[in-house]
Write a protein of this length. Structure first.
Length: 64
């Protein structure tokens, strides 16, 4: 039961980070816009790899 809660917690955090990254972070880092289809394709990978995505996003130089 503890493992199930751990997986659900990991996925919940992943969804929050992935949605924020796809909507704000990815276009900001690449300086281009993304189509809705591209955003949908980025969501699953960003959700599962959220620690790596968040780390890279925070280390990236921020431009206004």
């Amino acid at each position: 039961m503890i493992a199930l809660w751990g997986v659900l917690g990991y996925l919940a955090i992943g969804v929050v980070v992935a949605v924020a990254f796809v909507m704000v972070g990815a276009p900001q880092l690449t300086h281009s816009s993304f189509t809705p289809g591209a955003r949908i394709l980025l969501l699953p990978a960003s959700t599962l790899l959220w620690p790596y995505v968040l780390l890279r996003w925070l280390k990236a130089p921020h431009t206004p």
